[in-house]
Design a protein around this ligand. Structure first.
Ligand code: IPM
Ligand code: MG
Length: 352
């Protein structure tokens, strides 16, 4: 089959990890007789430098008409000026919104061989296999009003946490659907004891729960959830939560896996065009050195094959190659080794 993929390598280590993921995709293409056509665009800080905009209309339009988008990372100290008109992160938010990808899937699995890299005791990590479903196009990141002004002689800043019922329902329904293919358990995370938006969230979670009686539903307040992620992560399976809670909890959860460099993500909406990116950032401190861990991005391509292209066997082949590579002892610097980005990808490709 034929697929069009937009590559947005972005900033920092983004181009290094995307290049290796593309090599993996090319092996899959030749082995399983598919054609992947790539088109590359600047996005983030590099796009501000060249075009004065973190996401140009042309780039967004190309992404919208592609079959899938693979993103590296955006941002860096160069574009961190708080008074700047545009920021790399704005481009990422505009891309998510423009693609309508309202659900961000962030699976967190702990490979037994990497347990020593997690600050948690190995017995806590046994059996950890969590799928966080983060709402991605609503909440505080997008609510209106938003901005700065001067009121009563005081400088003021405002962000708005806003959710419509349909925004909660669609991400909740997806979480239940995904739970059905797993342990049939959904943990909905909110702050319903304080926030009105969370009370709507919980009300809809209960409704969707009643419509899906075969899936167990529980509610956890976000502060408790952050604690339980550390004290008893193996007890969680599918976790569904609003945008900012999900942002925070997934960074916390990534620590379980030993390194952020290991973790992929998929952002999905109503259409099949998905956005795939590792959960790590642009890591300016190691950019250009060729030592970043490419696994998060390579596993993101596996999610692309599964969710956007419906190529389950191909996706599983990548995941199993990564698994064997880690079992075989291959390690980049973040997990205590000396392999370069390219060498790690070579190890994975060998096992494909
Ligand atoms: C993430 C990142 C982004 C977010 C930033 C870069 C805008 O932290 O994907 O988790 O907060 O969503
Ligand atoms: Mg984040």
């Amino acid at each position: 089959m034929n697929f069009n993929i937009i590559l947005l390598p972005g900033d920092g280590i983004g181009p290094e990890v995307v290049a290796e993921a593309v090599r993996v995709l090319d092996i899959i293409a030749s082995k399983y007789k598919h054609t992947f056509e790539y088109k590359e665009h600047l996005m983030g800080g590099c796009s501000i430098d060249k075009y004065g905009s973190s996401l140009t209309d042309e780039t967004l339009a190309d992404c919208q008409s592609a079959d899938a988008v693979l993103l590296g990372a955006v941002g860096g100290p160069k574009w961190d000026d708080p008074t700047a008109k545009d920021r790399p992160e704005r481009g990422l938010l505009a891309l998510r919104k423009g693609l309508g990808v309202f659900a961000n899937l962030r699976p967190v699995k702990v490979h037994p061989a990497l347990m020593e890299w997690s600050p948690l005791k190995p017995e806590k990590l046994q059996g950890v296999d969590i799928l966080v479903v983060r709402e991605l196009t609503g909440g505080l990141y997008f609510g209106w009003p938003k901005g700065r002004d001067v009121k009563d002689g005081r400088e003021r800043a405002v962000d708005t946490l806003e959710y419509y019922d349909y925004e909660v329902r669609r991400v909740m329904e997806l979480a239940f659907k995904l739970a059905r293919g797993r342990k049939k358990k959904v943990t909905s995370v909110d702050k319903a004891n304080v926030l009105e938006s969370s009370r709507l969230w919980r009300q809809i979670a209960v409704k969707v729960g009643e419509e899906n009686p075969d899936v167990e539903l529980e509610h956890t307040l976000v502060d408790t959830a952050s604690m339980r992620l550390i004290t008893g992560p193996a007890w969680m399976d599918v976790v569904v939560t609003e945008n900012m809670f999900g942002d925070i909890l997934t960074d916390e959860a990534s620590v379980l896996a030993g390194s952020m460099g290991m973790l992929p993500s998929a952002s999905l909406g109503e259409s099949n065009v998905g956005l795939y990116e590792p959960i790590h950032g642009s890591a300016p401190d190691i950019a250009g050195k060729g030592i970043a861990n490419p696994i998060g991005t390579i596993l993101s391509t596996a999610m692309m094959l599964r969710h956007s292209f419906k190529l389950e066997a191909e996706a599983a082949a990548i995941e199993s190659a990564v698994e064997q590579t880690i079992t075989g002892g291959a390690r980049t610097a973040d997990i205590g080794g000396k392999l370069s980005t390219r060498q790690m990808a070579d190890e994975i490709i060998k096992r494909l």
